[in-house]
Ligand binder design. Structure first.
Ligand SMILES: [Zn+2]
Length: 517
């Protein structure tokens, strides 16, 4: 085979077998009839031609095989995730997968994934490996490449101009469609991720709120526990009117439920640093977040607040880099572990910690495993298996909607139990401290509505299930604050609310964003 022929064959393979998700989304907007048939055929040709152009540009005689093999292997997995969960592989998704750990990845592993890897990845890769490439002189090869690049470019221009009206609507009004092209979009996303993350050189962290101080500290010390939840959607809380009792213990406590809270992003890696940052949803970016101090740093600047971050999720996503951090994901630190370490374990030893701080103000952040998917059935112990039958596999597409909801809701029951334990712990300190618990989830979760699963869709195309999150606050008896639960709040409020809770005076505090003012 010549190099060109190998590229043509591989591009055809990608177009036909790795773009199911793309074409099914296209067909939803442009049903396969009438003129649409011509449009879809032209779109198919355009995608194919673009891939030929891209592969020709990227490869030379010695690099072509490894490049195509890497593309095939990765694309077989992206195909699996896009087809099964309807996710898109954008730069945020790349960031999530870079920050994930082995147990989280094993949670996703299943037989369907292996079949995708085998048939769309390994098998074609093996054929590419075996193929013998015709060798020709550098000059011949060079001109052949120029010819391919020129012809494909010409063909793309002709296609775009012949159906200019269709392509204007395709690119402008249906922007999300191209997010499903495989492997082109994930290649772009990796570039985007690198541009956003790596080329920044050494991160210089801009201090903020260095003027922070607490003036009226003659009161009782404050004890605040901030629980960062995982993937709980508001409409599955019975506190918000969900048909099932998913908050049986919380409803017995004197809590204030916040029914209208929206998240900053749709993934942990985006939302967690955003909610602790000074930036609002529109303004936040990964780069700004990582290079600017967050609310924990501002609280720390007062020199009067002890801060502790305990994590049973993955890590603090860069939020707790400059304050004490404890990992609770292993049984070395977490004393409550069975098939995995439980959120409840983060509460063990907190009494000793609180006593040690004597009369200082304390902020404890607990980052939960919560409702981390897709293996919801692993997120709770057997006492919480109340809604049955439950989806026992991480292959959500093979489970009934009902059994997915059951597993998800059982995991919510565990969070309900966990939060009530946090409240019971705080109650013990009512005589000596002003106590508060704030609970907010990082993002929501899709549970199969319109074929969508998990989370992480770009914000503008994400359904409410992924952005409307569970949130609850609780105040100790001698620490009642005013808050209007009928108002809409968001992650933007957390920065200022935490500062307000500790009576911190600083130029960066905005009273109008403080939920309790
Ligand atoms: Zn999350």
């Amino acid at each position: 085979m010549t190099q060109t022929k190998l590229i043509l064959t591989t591009a055809l393979f990608f177009t036909l077998f790795s773009n199911y998700s793309f074409f099914s989304n296209v067909a939803e907007i442009y049903p396969f009839k009438g003129m649409n048939i011509i449009y879809i055929l032209s779109l198919t040709t355009l995608l194919f031609t673009f891939m030929v152009f891209l592969f020709s540009l990227l490869s030379s005689r010695y690099t072509i095989k490894p490049i195509l093999i890497i593309l095939l292997i990765i694309s077989s997995l992206t195909s699996y995730f896009m087809n099964s969960y309807h996710v898109v592989i954008d730069s945020d998704m790349i960031r999530n997968s870079m920050q994930t750990n082995l147990t989280e990845s094993l949670d996703l592993f299943n037989i369907n994934m292996v079949l995708y890897l085998l048939f769309l990845g390994i098998l074609p890769s093996f054929l590419i490996y075996k193929v013998e490439l015709k060798s020709s002189s550098f000059k011949v090869e060079f001109f052949r490449k120029i010819k391919t690049l020129f012809l494909t470019l010409l063909l793309m221009v002709v296609i775009l101009f012949s159906f200019s009206k269709f392509y204007t609507s395709f690119f402008r009004e249906h922007k999300p469609l191209r997010y499903y092209t495989n492997p082109t979009y994930w290649i772009y996303s990796i570039g985007d991720y690198i541009a956003k993350t790596l080329n920044s050189g050494e991160v210089i962290i801009k201090p903020i709120g260095v003027d922070a101080k607490i003036t009226n500290s003659n009161n009782e010390p404050k004890l605040v526990i901030m629980v960062v939840g995982e993937a709980t959607r508001a409409d599955h809380f019975s506190l918000n009117g969900y048909k099932r009792d998913t908050n049986p213990l919380l409803k017995k406590e004197n809590i204030i439920n916040l029914p209208y809270v929206s998240s900053c992003g749709t993934s942990t890696a985006h939302s967690v640093p955003c909610m602790f940052s000074i930036f609002d949803r529109d303004d936040y970016s990964y780069k700004k977040g990582i290079s600017t101090e967050n609310v924990l740093d501002v609280l720390h600047h007062t020199n009067q607040i002890e801060i502790l971050w305990r994590d049973n999720n993955s890590n603090s996503k860069g939020v707790a880099l400059r304050v004490p951090f404890e990992d609770y994901k292993t049984d070395q630190s977490n004393t409550i572990c069975d098939i995995e370490c439980r959120d409840e374990g983060m509460l063990v030893g907190l009494d000793e910690y609180i006593k040690k701080q004597k009369s200082k103000d304390i902020l404890i952040v607990l980052h939960q495993m919560g409702n981390h998917g897709p293996a919801y059935n692993k997120r709770y112990t057997k006492e919480f298996k109340r809604f049955t039958p439950v989806c026992q596999t991480n292959q959500l597409e093979e489970c009934s909607q009902e059994s997915i909801n059951n597993a998800y809701d059982n995991a919510l029951l565990y969070t309900d139990y966990f939060l009530s334990k946090v409240i019971h712990l705080l109650k013990k300190y009512n005589p000596t401290h002003k106590t508060t618990m704030i609970y907010m989830s990082d993002h929501g979760e899709s549970l199969g509505e319109h074929g969508l699963y998990l989370h992480g869709l770009p914000y503008f195309m994400a359904p409410e299930a992924q952005t409307h999150v569970g949130a609850v606050v609780w105040f100790g008896e001698n620490n009642q604050k005013s808050i209007d639960p009928s108002k809409e709040y968001s992650h933007d409020n957390l920065f200022h609310t935490l500062l307000g809770l500790f009576n911190v005076e600083t130029k960066v505090y905005k009273k109008e964003l403080d939920m309790f003012k």
